[in-house]
Design a protein around this ligand. Structure first.
Ligand SMILES: [Zn+2]
Length: 74
């Protein structure tokens, strides 16, 4: 019984190390696919460049402010 537990512990540790080395990289590469919040995007209405963090997305298009969104809806 104890031997089984030791084997399980070693196997678990190896699996943990195997994934522990790979999972953070995988998570980071998935995150990089997302638009960086400092990436500049162009406002559809006034063509001002704003960071993705500051922009507003309406209908898969970027807008710099509520005023620009209001203009497109007129
Ligand atoms: Zn704008």
């Amino acid at each position: 019984m104890i031997l089984k537990l030791i084997i399980f512990a070693i196997a678990g540790l190896l699996i943990y190390k195997f994934f522990g080395g790979k999972l953070p990289k995988l998570g980071r590469s998935l995150h990089e696919k997302k638009l960086d919040e400092d990436t500049l995007v162009e406002c559809e209405t006034c063509h001002t460049y704003v960071t993705a963090k500051e922009s507003m997305i309406v209908g898969a298009k970027y807008y710099c402010s509520q005023e620009c969104i209001a203009q497109i809806r007129k």
